[in-house]
Design a protein around this ligand. Structure first.
Ligand code: 5GP
Length: 359
């Protein structure tokens, strides 16, 4: 566990609200329950948060409960700050966090002000140095000379805005336009997520196409349930990355492999939601053997009670991979980040500089 913790890591698939600290969620749910009895069922939050295995339906029930707790700007700011601090403590050096911009008319929250509250959260992190404003040219944030001998942690942070499968075409377009307006603040892409049993992905196609035309990166949750046609169409869209890929069939694997689309793998999430029957048959092994681009991720640290180092440990133990192989896996993730060569070079140099400690 220790070397998985100390190894630098790249997190590319983490949802903000699903990564809230458990203690913060319980604290906020309890106090909401005390002030407004009908607003939330505290015992239900406690029950779901401590349950070992959750069906996908229960996972989305838990998200609804979390969203009932996180309703105002200050709380969004607080959880963003804490989530960044937690990933930095886990030695994540590059974090692409995703979140669904939300409205809450009763307190004057709109998608824009929601994302502003997220930005406020990352600005308020003081225990680690956070790089979030993309600059053109060479970045030297991690490998800056000033950093030598400096024990302060550093983390590169980028934001992906999610479209929820419950939304309309117009709402999805609003999210894409917002992402474009906020590119200078580190918004690098668009994600399609939300309950895979809900909605048709074609509803979001105009917004996803527009995002891509405008130079935003796109990642899609794909194959969380059996839906052969949707998976095929998603692969034909050719997103920059794909999340999960649990219910892929032979023709999908063929297409995925020839297209070389990187896959964001969330082991604990897939096992705990029964999306994959057991770790022994998880497609990680198949893709790893085929040298297909992949990256280990957490999905939702709170909901699945995990950390990125635990995901690395889980993969190492389950598939018999050693320290160096895990380091290479982590280092390769740099190639799949949503960033230009400036940031990638900085990360490559950083990984090179620590590689001697990993042999
Ligand atoms: P938020 O976007 O509110 O910050 O994070 C929680 C949301 O992310 C959920 O409501 C859901 O839309 C999405 N999400 C989190 N985990 C998963 C997952 O495992 N699968 C899918 N499809 N969506 C997820």
């Amino acid at each position: 566990k220790n070397w998985c913790l100390s190894m630098p890591k790249v997190e590319l698939h983490a949802h903000l609200n699903g990564s809230i600290r458990v203690s913060t969620l319980l604290e906020l749910a309890k106090s909401l329950n005390e002030t407004q009895k009908d607003a939330i069922d505290f015992s239900q939050v406690e029950h779901l948060i401590t349950k070992c295995d959750l069906t996908l339906t229960e996972v989305f029930q838990l998200f609804d409960l979390i969203h009932n707790v996180i309703t105002d700007h200050n709380t969004v700011t607080r959880i963003t700050k804490e989530v960044i601090e937690d990933f930095a403590s886990d030695n994540v050096v590059h974090l692409e966090l995703r979140t669904t911009p939300k409205r809450n008319d009763s307190i004057g929250m709109n998608k824009r002000s929601y994302v502003d509250a997220v930005i406020e959260g990352l600005r308020s992190v003081s225990s680690v140095d956070v790089d979030f404003i993309p600059k053109t040219g060479d970045s030297k944030f991690l490998t800056n000379d000033k950093c030598n001998g400096n024990s302060r942690k550093r983390i590169i942070f980028r934001l992906i805005l999610s479209i929820d499968r419950r939304e309309t075409t117009e709402a999805a377009m609003e999210t894409v336009k917002l992402a474009l307006e906020m590119r200078h603040l580190g918004v690098v892409g668009i994600d399609l997520s939300g309950n895979p049993k809900t909605g048709e992905w074609t509803t979001y196609l105009p917004a996803l196409k527009f995002a891509r035309e405008q130079g935003l990166n796109v990642t899609l949750h794909s194959g969380e349930i059996r839906n052969s046609k949707e998976i095929k169409n998603m692969l034909e869209f050719h997103p920059q990355r794909i999340g999960h890929a649990c219910y892929f069939e032979d023709e999908h694997w063929r297409k995925l492999k020839s297209s070389k689309i990187p896959v964001e793998i969330c082991l604990t999430s897939n096992i705990r939601t029964f999306s994959v029957a057991s770790i022994e048959v998880h497609h990680f092994a198949y893709l790893y053997k085929a040298k297909h681009p992949l990256v280990l991720c957490t999905d939702d640290t709170c909901v699945f009670n995990t950390t990125l180092s635990e995901e690395y440990k889980y993969a190492a133990d389950s598939f018999g991979l050693g320290r160096w192989e895990m380091f290479e896996l982590s280092r390769n993730a740099v190639e799949y980040i949503f960033a230009d060569n400036g940031v990638k070079n900085d990360l490559r140099k950083y990984f090179n500089s620590v590689s001697k400690n990993m042999e």
